[in-house]
Design a protein around this ligand. Sequence first.
Ligand SMILES: [Zn+2]
Length: 304
Amino acid sequence: MNHGQHHYAELSSIFYPHDITGADKDLVGDNSKTTCLFCGQSRPNVTFKKDAHVIPAGLGNRTLFYLNECDTCNTRFSYYENELVNFLTFDRIFISAQKRPGSGAPKYKQKGKQSALEMNSGKLNIAILEQEGIFNVAEKEGQNIITFKINNPPPYRPEDICKCLTHMGWALLEDEDKTLVSYVPNWLLGKIDIYPLYLDTAFVPGNGFANVILEVLKTTHADSINYPYLIRFTYGTKIISFYLPASPDIKCAPLLYSYCPHIPENAAVSPTTWTIPSNERIKPDDITYTWSYRDKDPRTDIKV
Ligand SMILES: [Zn+2]
């Protein structure tokens, strides 16, 4: 692919395994400060009792937390996290990321239904009850290729995905960077709106990235000055990039930045650019995956 001109440079990044089960906590913030990083409130107006995850717990983070995030802000941000986790539902399954320690292999199953998708010890188990109409499978005879359609996958709100990425990326910004985009906390807290928002998503073929990668890139060129920071989140088979505007009134689209060192040179990757005009929630009709496989177990019937 053509990586184009390098108009951003990496400012800071975090790599971590899909499931961190270690006991060591990595805390972002300053213990001596008693005000919330986002709303600016202090005790006793707000409490600081809950774990404030930098990267959502639902995506495997057990160790990386904000020190100075109050419980009220934490509750608000958890809604944004849910939208990102919904968007990455199937990536989570394909890379076997546990939702909670000891919760076992991740599974996709709609409430009250039998059809299910589960990755267990490197094997993808698919349970299909045809009359439920949740999954459709098409196979090319003799080619070891399967096309798998998931109907009514979880909905997600793209605006909240942008906010969730920004909430994560805030941990990687220095104070001087935060000053340049000082409107961000108010935007995250819903005090101001910014539309349109610009987000790229790229699907990278293969088994998914071995690490979760959070990166903040900073502009190095006048061409991207309206979007001084790019927050990039790599998870499973997806790379999601959010262009953080210099101010809430920037309307022009950012210059696409497609260079990503994590993408193998020969991979055919073309990012999709999203222009997000509102806080609308998207309910996709279906998602289709095409897989090639080495071998397949014989089919067994679901007992109902
Ligand atoms: Zn707060």
